[in-house]
Design a protein around this ligand. Sequence first.
Ligand SMILES: [Zn+2]
Ligand SMILES: [Zn+2]
Length: 130
Amino acid sequence: MVECPECYSSNNKATPLRNKESCLKEHTQYICGTCGRCICIEPDSKRNVRRWNFPFKSLEMAKLYLRTADYTEQNSCGVYQIVDESGRKSYKIFPTSEDFISYLKRTGKHSLTKDALFQREEYIIFPKLK
Ligand SMILES: [Zn+2]
Ligand SMILES: [Zn+2]
């Protein structure tokens, strides 16, 4: 299947990753206007963070949530690689490369690449699903 131009997934049933039923029932979802895929965009009540703010195990998983980051920030966000002290890799979405660099400084983590592994060139507004 072809990757959706709006939400970067080829499977329109691909999220939520965890607690699927309660997430779909209780959390606000970004519904892709192109393929109908639901992506959790519920803000945490205390810190106003969403699922896309957390690290992912793979680039593919991060990509599943990238559109909710783009939409929240109204900006084309990027997926970056992070390597922790034990050499374990994870993938995290940042609004800008400056945010990524300051995160590395703040946490003492590093990365094998300074560039986003995946990022759309510019933010695109898509019409809502009717
Ligand atoms: Zn959720
Ligand atoms: Zn889609």
